[in-house]
Design a protein around this ligand. Structure first.
Ligand code: IMP
Ligand code: MG
Length: 181
């Protein structure tokens, strides 16, 4: 059995993802020109977008990583956010850009944004590859959005279901029978 057999349909091909990430890189390069930019990747889902996006950012930028957990192996956010791995630096006075894979209920980013805000950065913004606005629970908005996606569970290009499918080079909708049985 191949991973590809579990995909009901492809939503974004490798080429489409590359075009989206290039456009985000342009916007970020323009907006942060002359500023000290720190890109913070939220592991593990944003590993692909982070690696590709940082190469499309044409201004000096540093990077750091955080890991938070809210899901366990399920498909719904329980609202219970925990920091598994924190930043390795003080962000006071820095322009922080949180890089996320997907903004769904918004509970993860709501928690993270407030947590980082309390550390006194110069600014804090959110870049998300995907946005599922229909599912929003908290009043959080991303400053940079790659693409809106429908209310379906998607995998690939970093996004997982039960830690699988992150290494698919494209993004697709998982067949519902994979997570309902
Ligand atoms: P939120 O707190 O509900 O916004 O959840 C954000 C996190 O949930 C993301 O960083 C993903 O890890 C995960 N997530 C939400 N929707 C999906 C999806 O469709 N596929 C894979 N992971 C998802
Ligand atoms: Mg996940």
């Amino acid at each position: 059995m191949s991973m590809h057999d579990d995909i009901a349909k492809v939503l974004f091909s490798e080429e489409e993802l590359s075009a989206i990430v290039s456009r985000l890189g342009d916007e970020i390069s323009r907006d942060y020109a002359g500023k000290e930019l720190l890109m913070v990747s939220v592991l593990k889902g944003s590993v692909m977008i982070m690696a590709d996006l940082m190469r499309k950012v044409r201004i000096p930028a540093s990077i750091d990583f955080m890991s938070v957990s809210a899901y366990g192996n399920g498909v719904k956010n329980t609202g219970n956010v925990q920091i598994i791995k924190d930043l390795g630096q003080d962000i006071r006075g820095k322009n922080v850009l949180i890089v996320e894979d997907i903004l769904d209920s918004g509970l993860t980013l709501d928690y993270l944004k407030h947590n980082l805000e309390s550390r006194g950065p110069a600014s804090i913004r959110i870049c998300t590859l995907f946005d599922k606005p229909e599912r929003r629970v908290s009043a959080i908005k991303a400053d940079y959005v790659g693409a809106r996606v429908p209310d379906e569970f998607i995998v690939g290009y970093g996004l997982d279901y039960a830690e699988k499918y992150r290494n698919l080079p494209y993004v697709g909708v998982l067949k519902p029978e994979i997570y309902t049985n």
